[in-house]
Write a protein that binds this ligand. Structure first.
Ligand code: NAD
Length: 469
């Protein structure tokens, strides 16, 4: 197994970043705390590597397939490290590793098509597609590997090189991933850099970067977009979400309760497109609260390394403090916790899975992004009111409608203002679909062929007919 330290110059080992296990609250390892001025050399090397990588699509496809194989072969180590630094149950880390490999394979199979423009003029016009150059990929701590792959797989497949910056809370699995991929990809085609701010800010504004693709919170997304104006690099932003689940009056609560619960609580609620609020018909509200609260009270919470655990800790201390504060503010304002509502005793960043009712209208736990194991359940009187409320925040990532009649649910889902809507489930994505949030949830389109073209620029060639075919 390659080690992330292999081939590093001694000065790279100087400044260190402590990495905490969220299940214990203890530091268990460290990563390099790279400084912004180190990026000049990193980006320069990425630019030089680009001159070779851009030339041969077939070699790129072979390289990305080999990369997928290498990720799978390193699956045990990657998953264990991911659980240790991120907190999620080991089974979910294995799924994340599998999704990382799947993204590499999917984009290895995509090639941009050359298209002729036929507008009746005696000119042979052709659109070809060219890569952009070094791409900066900046990702958060909730799905470090699969979100990174969602960025570097299409960028590399398109013929760009990539400088990847994980969150300082989760640098280790990404560094190991970088080391694994370096065994099959040409040197400097993918470089992982780790460190505290202002490393990301410098990367986003670096003059050698031609595309900044960012996943994270709305405020940081705004800062990244601002930083990228310095170089006028292309910007793709995948930002926060506040997805609503709207339950219709014919819903079978027993039947959907498990699915709904996990749509909100998977990865301890730290999912951009988790269900972050539930709208239930007033007649069914108590039944929905009870079904969800029962699951919240009985789910096994613990270290992700324990095979019985279904729900791990919150990833980091500041996020735990945010989740605690938003919950306590809601309770102080008159909300009631049907389950949870507090931190769990003992070490680690554990918060009891929480179901809130009686939340005052317009409270931040409904209008904002709690990003943790806390779910408000709100009653509604008629469906127009529910749809208005679902659409009534600054976010627009996803949403879902749940009911016994899928056609009726689908017709209602059509009224949601968001990028992806689901019927009777939530947050399932296809690799082949466009993924794009609206309003504050994002700029640009990732996923599928759109993700590939997001990393390419059109290059158009016109030739008079008499000069050729
Ligand atoms: P964050 O915005 O704090 O950090 C994201 C990344 O940006 C990290 O690598 C961080 O180190 C870096 N960063 C911080 N300041 C920066 C700056 N000034 N310039 C450049 N980079 C900077 O987000 P987080 O707390 O790590 O992640 C949680 C957020 O991510 C939530 O809002 C969640 O909804 C969002 N998210 C969105 C998606 C999506 O696809 N839409 C997916 C996952 C997570």
């Amino acid at each position: 197994m390659p080690t992330p330290e292999a081939g590093r110059a001694p000065q790279d080992r100087a400044a260190r970043l402590a990495v905490v296990d969220p299940a214990t609250g203890e530091t268990f390892d460290e990563a390099p705390d790279q400084q912004p001025d180190e990026l000049d050399d990193v980006v320069d090397r990425a630019r030089r590597a680009w001159t070779g990588w851009r030339t041969d699509p077939a070699a790129r496809a072979t390289g990305l397939r080999a990369a997928a194989d290498a990720v799978e072969a390193a699956g045990d180590d990657l998953a264990a490290l991911l659980t240790r630094e991120q907190g999620k149950p080991l089974a979910e880390s294995f799924m994340e590793v599998a999704r990382t490999a799947a993204r590499l394979r999917y984009f290895a199979g995509l090639t941009p098509g050359t298209r002729r423009i036929d507008d009746g003029r005696p000119v042979h016009s052709e659109i070809r597609w060219r890569p952009l150059g070094p791409v900066a990929a900046i990702v958060p701590w909730n799905f470090p590997l699969q979100l990174a792959a969602a960025k570097f797989a299409p960028a590399l497949a398109a013929g760009n090189t990539v400088v990847l910056k994980p969150s300082p809370y989760t640098p280790l699995a990404t560094r190991l991933l970088g080391a694994v991929l370096s065994t099959v990809l040409p040197e400097d085609v993918l470089t992982v850099v780790t460190g505290r701010e202002p490393l990301g800010a410098r990367l986003a504004s670096h003059p050698g970067i031609r595309h900044v693709t960012f996943t994270g919170s709305v405020p940081t997304g705004r800062a990244v977009a601002g930083a990228a104006t310095a170089s006028l690099a292309r910007v793709t932003l995948e930002l926060g979400g506040n997805d609503a689940a709207v339950l219709l009056d014919d819903v079978d609560v027993d039947r959907i309760a498990d699915r709904l619960f996990w749509a909100a609580f998977r990865n301890c609620g730290q999912v951009c497109m988790a269900v972050k609020r539930v709208y239930a018909p007033a007649r069914l509200h108590a039944e929905v609260v009870e079904a969800l609260a029962h699951r919240a009270k009985t789910v096994v919470v613990g270290s992700g390394l324990d095979p019985d655990t279904r729900l791990g800790p919150v990833n980091n201390a500041p996020q735990l403090a945010r989740v605690e504060q938003i919950t306590h503010r809601a309770l102080a304002a008159g909300a009631r916790a049907a389950a949870g509502g507090h931190r769990l005793d003992g070490p680690g960043y554990f918060f009891a899975p929480t179901i809130l009712t009686d939340v005052p209208p317009g409270h931040p736990v409904v209008t904002g992004e709690q990003f943790g194991p806390v779910l408000p359940v709100l009653p509604y009187r008629n469906i127009d009111e529910a749809i208005d409320a679902a659409n009534g925040t600054d976010f627009g990532l996803g949403g879902s409608v749940w009911g016994a009649d899928p056609d009726r649910a689908a017709a209602t889902a059509d009224r949601l203002e968001c990028g992806t809507a689901w019927i009777n489930h939530h947050a399932e994505l296809s690799l082949a679909q466009p993924f794009a949030g609206i309003k504050d949830s994002g700029v640009g389109v990732a996923g599928g062929p759109w993700g590939l073209y997001g990393n390419l620029r059109p290059f158009v060639v016109h030739r008079p007919m008499e000069e050729g075919r």
